[in-house]
Design a protein around this ligand. Structure first.
Ligand SMILES: NC(=O)c1ccc[n+]([C@@H]2O[C@H](COP(=O)([O-])OP(=O)(O)OC[C@H]3O[C@@H](n4cnc5c(N)ncnc54)[C@H](OP(=O)(O)O)[C@@H]3O)[C@@H](O)[C@H]2O)c1
Length: 233
């Protein structure tokens, strides 16, 4: 990506939400090295954005001013809630845990979409990528388990798809997608990654950026993997 022609305009403006996370942090580092970059705004809970709180999301969006955004990445998310591992069976379903999953993994990104997507550039190419998970695919679900995380990510995919249709009416060059990053060695996946092939956050960030940077606006509203392939809903 460094020095690559890519699809983003020269001096583009990037906003990363969840900049303190494993994947979010690696994405920030990668984008900072991009010679096309004009400005990057790195938002995290530490510097004032709580995606579960609308006023916090709205106020961060307002502080960006009128200058349009060309790259928006929402890299927030949770897998376990208050130290509780994701459910293995229906017996373990806890409504409070499920609501927390939906709040962080679906409602929060919906608030990000509401307040940040209208700020994408209307004239130039822009990209908005929301970090989802392959386990949010209904068609690909053969193992069961993790019912709260899976269903919250499925809801996120529908939110992103719905938002993309609305955005396309005013921003014909925009690409708005849900993206699965692979199994990445971060705090979130650490207890569950055993036995799975994993990649580093830097490798995941590079794949994600290469994939979205080369995707045509016609693919807006897709659910994709880090290699750009489409994932079944
Ligand atoms: N790692 C994987 O293997 C994997 C696989 C599939 C999908 N994903 C998805 O990729 C995304 C990033 O995950 P990651 O592996 O990078 O995990 P991570 O290192 O735990 O990062 C997640 C980030 O989300 C932030 N966050 C959580 N709730 C928030 C809130 N209410 N407001 C603002 N920020 C909030 C956390 O902030 P704090 O630092 O303040 O807690 C943290 O920085 C998630 O959506 C995850 O579901 C990851």
């Amino acid at each position: 990506m460094v020095g690559s022609p890519g699809s983003l305009p020269r001096n583009y403006r990037a906003v990363v939400i969840g900049a303190d996370g494993g994947i979010g942090g690696a994405l920030c580092e990668l984008v900072r090295q991009d010679c096309r970059l004009g400005e990057i705004v790195e938002l995290s809970r530490r510097n004032g954005v709580d995606i579960a709180n609308e006023e916090s999301v709205a106020s961060c969006a307002r502080q960006l001013g009128d200058k349009p955004i060309h790259l928006l990445i929402c890299a927030t998310g949770i897998l376990s809630v208050e130290g509780k591992a994701p459910e293995k069976s229906l017996r373990q379903l806890d409504p409070n845990v499920m609501m927390a999953q939906f709040l962080t993994n679906a409602v929060g990104p919906a608030l990000v979409a509401k307040h940040f997507l209208p700020r994408l550039d209307r004239r130039a190419r822009s990209i908005a990528a929301f970090l989802s998970a392959r386990v949010g695919s209904i068609g690909d679900n053969r193992l069961g388990g993790w019912i709260s995380y899976r269903s919250a990510k499925a809801a996120l995919n529908q939110i992103v798809r719905t938002a993309s249709i609305e955005v396309a009416r005013t921003h014909p060059k925009a690409l708005v997608v849900s993206i699965h990053p692979g199994t990445v060695r971060t705090r979130l996946s650490e207890p569950y990654a055993m036995g799975h092939p994993t990649v580093s956050p830097a490798e995941a960030a590079a794949s994600i950026m290469t994939a979205v940077d080369s995707m045509a606006p016609e693919r807006t509203g897709s659910f994709v993997a880090y290699d750009g392939s489409t994932i079944i809903w």
